[in-house]
Design a protein around this ligand. Structure first.
Ligand code: NI
Length: 136
């Protein structure tokens, strides 16, 4: 089994807030991510597929096709968007955290992979914080 990873980037705004909590509690839990008038992150998305290299091409999957798929199904929707308001595949009642985004991104991509399997979605919100989802 060989694992192939493609990186894509997007920039997006969000705000983390629980409406039934006080401002003080929201600030205590979410920090700057609870700022009143939104803020942005420069996200790095790593999509890993797995499979056996094709005997002729040597590819697990054509990395350019994987890039096109990620753009069409994921980053074209997220890039320069407000993650709380603008994205059809993010439920309005769900906190747009990196943890929730990796699950949603998995659901966007998994049905479209035919000759290999999705292995992992890894999403960096900052260079020091990332979430990873392996489909379970
Ligand atoms: Ni944030």
């Amino acid at each position: 089994m060989v694992y192939l990873t493609r990186r894509e980037r997007f920039n997006a705004a969000h705000k983390l807030w629980v409406k039934d909590w006080s401002k003080k509690k929201n600030k205590a839990v979410f920090g700057k991510c609870a700022n009143k008038n939104w803020h942005g992150h420069n996200y790095d998305l790593f999509v890993t597929v797995k499979g056996t290299p094709d005997p002729l091409t040597g590819f697990v999957m054509d990395a350019k096709k994987l890039s096109t798929l990620i753009k069409k199904e994921v980053t074209d929707h997220l890039d320069h968007a407000n993650l709380n308001l603008d994205v059809k595949f993010i439920p309005k009642d769900l906190q747009p955290t990196t943890e929730n985004l990796v699950i949603l991104i998995w659901k966007q991509l998994a049905p479209h992979l035919k000759d290999c399997q999705l292995h992992a979605i890894k999403l960096y919100e900052t260079e020091n914080i990332f979430a990873e989802y392996l489909g379970e």
